[in-house]
Design a protein around this ligand. Sequence first.
Ligand SMILES: *[C@@H]1O[C@H](CO)[C@@H](O)[C@H](O)[C@H]1NC(C)=O
Ligand SMILES: *[C@@H]1O[C@H](CO)[C@@H](O)[C@H](O)[C@H]1NC(C)=O
Ligand SMILES: *[C@@H]1O[C@H](CO)[C@@H](O)[C@H](O)[C@H]1NC(C)=O
Ligand SMILES: *[C@@H]1O[C@H](CO)[C@@H](O)[C@H](O)[C@H]1NC(C)=O
Ligand SMILES: *[C@@H]1O[C@H](CO)[C@@H](O)[C@H](O)[C@H]1NC(C)=O
Ligand SMILES: *[C@@H]1O[C@H](CO)[C@@H](O)[C@H](O)[C@H]1NC(C)=O
Ligand SMILES: *[C@@H]1O[C@H](CO)[C@@H](O)[C@H](O)[C@H]1NC(C)=O
Ligand SMILES: *[C@@H]1O[C@H](CO)[C@@H](O)[C@H](O)[C@H]1NC(C)=O
Length: 249
Amino acid sequence: MLTPRILTLGAVLAAVSTVAGQVAPGFPVSSDPESLTVWYGTNQVSPPGELLPRPDVLTAPSISTPVFSSTGKAVLFLVDLDVPLNGTRVQLLHWLASNVTVTGNNDTTLVVPSPSEADYIPPSPPVGDIPHAYTFILFSQPEGFSINETFADTNSRIGFNVSEFVSSHGLSQPALAANWISVQNLTGTATTTFPPPRPTNGTSTNTTTSSTATPAPFPGAAPMVLGGGRFVWAGIATGLIAAIAAFAL
Ligand SMILES: *[C@@H]1O[C@H](CO)[C@@H](O)[C@H](O)[C@H]1NC(C)=O
Ligand SMILES: *[C@@H]1O[C@H](CO)[C@@H](O)[C@H](O)[C@H]1NC(C)=O
Ligand SMILES: *[C@@H]1O[C@H](CO)[C@@H](O)[C@H](O)[C@H]1NC(C)=O
Ligand SMILES: *[C@@H]1O[C@H](CO)[C@@H](O)[C@H](O)[C@H]1NC(C)=O
Ligand SMILES: *[C@@H]1O[C@H](CO)[C@@H](O)[C@H](O)[C@H]1NC(C)=O
Ligand SMILES: *[C@@H]1O[C@H](CO)[C@@H](O)[C@H](O)[C@H]1NC(C)=O
Ligand SMILES: *[C@@H]1O[C@H](CO)[C@@H](O)[C@H](O)[C@H]1NC(C)=O
Ligand SMILES: *[C@@H]1O[C@H](CO)[C@@H](O)[C@H](O)[C@H]1NC(C)=O
C-alpha cells in the first residue's frame, strides 16, 4: 500500500513528466521540453535554475541546442521575472536577438548576432533581494520577422511583457527550447525593502517547472511599456530607483 509520502513523490514525478520546457517557474510562455545547453565559461548550467555567482555571468554565455537546424533562424530572449518595481515584480529584458543561427558542421552552438536588438545585460539583482530567475528561451523565427521597438537603454527594457511580445510578433508557441538560471547578490546590505516574491505556488526553489503556473499579477503595472523609453518614472520610491539603477550596467 502506498504511503502518503510515496503518493507525494508520485505526484512530483507526474509533475516532472508534464513539464513544459525548462522555463523558470511562473514563466508566462511555455517551451518544448528541450533544454538549451548554457555555458558560462567552463560551467555548464545544471540543473536548470542553477544559482550562479554574479561574477560568473558578466559576459554572455555560449548556448547550444540540438533542436535547431542549420537551415533556420531563431529568436533568443533572456528575461528576468523578478525585478522589484513600485511594490511589485516586473520583467526586465536582458537579451533579445533575432537572426540566430547555428555554426553548422554538426556543431549546434548558437551564433548570436552582436549588436542585437537588445544586447546582453548581465544579471545584476539588487543586493539583499531574493534570487532572481532568468529564463533563456529560443523561438523559431518566422519569415519577415522584424522588431519595431528599440531597447537601447535599460529603462526601455523594464516592464517587458514577454508573452505579449511573443504573441504580437507572431512567434509560435511553445518555444523550441529553454533553460534558466538564478542569481542573487548577498554581498552587501539592502538599501530598500523588496516586494514579496512572485507567486509560483511553491516551485520557485525547485528545478521542477509547473506548466500550470500563472504569471504574477502586476497591480499598478497595467499598460506596460514595450520599449522606446516611454516608461513613466513618476511616483517610484527613491530606494527603488536605486535598486533599478543596479541594472544599468
Ligand atoms: C506606483 O504605485 C503607486 C501606488 O499604487 C501608483 O500611484 C503609481 O502610479 C505607481 N507608479 C508606477 C510607475 O507604476
Ligand atoms: C536579420 O537578417 C535579415 C536578412 O539578412 C536582415 O534584413 C535584418 O536586418 C536582420 N536583423 C537584424 C536585427 O540584424
Ligand atoms: C554530421 O553528422 C552526420 C551524422 O552523425 C555525419 O554523417 C556527418 O559526416 C557529419 N558531418 C560533419 C561535417 O561532421
Ligand atoms: C552586489 O550589489 C552591490 C550593490 O549594488 C554591488 O556593489 C556589488 O558589486 C554586487 N556584488 C556582486 C557580486 O555582484
Ligand atoms: C502581458 O500582456 C498580456 C496581454 O497580451 C496581459 O494579459 C498580461 O497581463 C500582461 N502581463 C504583464 C505582466 O503586464
Ligand atoms: C511594425 O511597424 C509596422 C509599420 O509601422 C507595422 O505595420 C507593424 O504592425 C509593426 N509591427 C509590430 C509587431 O508592432
Ligand atoms: C523543493 O525543494 C526542497 C528542498 O530540496 C524540498 O524540501 C521541497 O519539498 C521541494 N518542493 C517541491 C514542490 O518539490
Ligand atoms: C496558486 O496558489 C494560489 C493561492 O493558494 C491559488 O489561488 C491559485 O489558484 C494557485 N494557482 C495555480 C495555478 O495552482
